[in-house]
Design a protein around this ligand. Sequence first.
Ligand code: AMP
Length: 215
Amino acid sequence: MKLIMLGAPGAGKGTQALRIAEKYQIPHISTGDIFRANIKNNTELGKLAKSYIDAGALVPDSLTCDLVVDRISQEDCANGYILDGFPRTIPQAEALTAALEKKDGSAIDFAINVDVPDEHIIKRMQGRRTCPGCGASYHLAYLPPKKEGVCDVCGEALILRQDDHPETVAKRLEVYHTSTQPLIDYYGKAGVLHTVDGTKDMEEVFAAIISILGD
Ligand code: AMP
């Protein structure tokens, strides 16, 4: 099963993607997580990506596509995977389609669009907190950590990500509408698009996704 998640930043794609990966036992591949790990480890890729991410812009396709094509060619992806945060532009989607076609004539099976209006997104991002240690994500109102300000998983102090600051969120939404939203049409035409209402609570959204993917 090869899946991609679509939706605005903060729509809850990441949380759902992790649960889907766990249920179907497939790797969860988040380009955002890969970039953040590279930034943390101060790699060349991390240095290049950081300025774009901090500004709420997209990392150039040239740095992103090869990374993902390489990752999905690894052995653990043989039975499928879930891509979270990729593709984010039409050229990225075209590169993915071409890579799968070339590899074994396959294609993406499901594109799950988690639909949330901008007003909700802005409210949600203000409350989002992230662990700089392990990448776990929390929300002050909807998914608080057991101990205030501290990661349940690894005990590090939680932060508001630089790219979750209000000015950056506005920029990311603008980028989403211009560059990423056209993918809804792209995967609609490919016949694999399914939209779920992402304003519902996490469990309901997950149940809606499972009913699409099957048990
Ligand atoms: P995310 O955690 O998915 O919201 O990603 C955080 C940031 O990483 C985004 O705002 C982009 O700057 C960058 N990023 C992640 N995935 C991509 C992608 N597929 N193409 C370009 N930039 C990306």
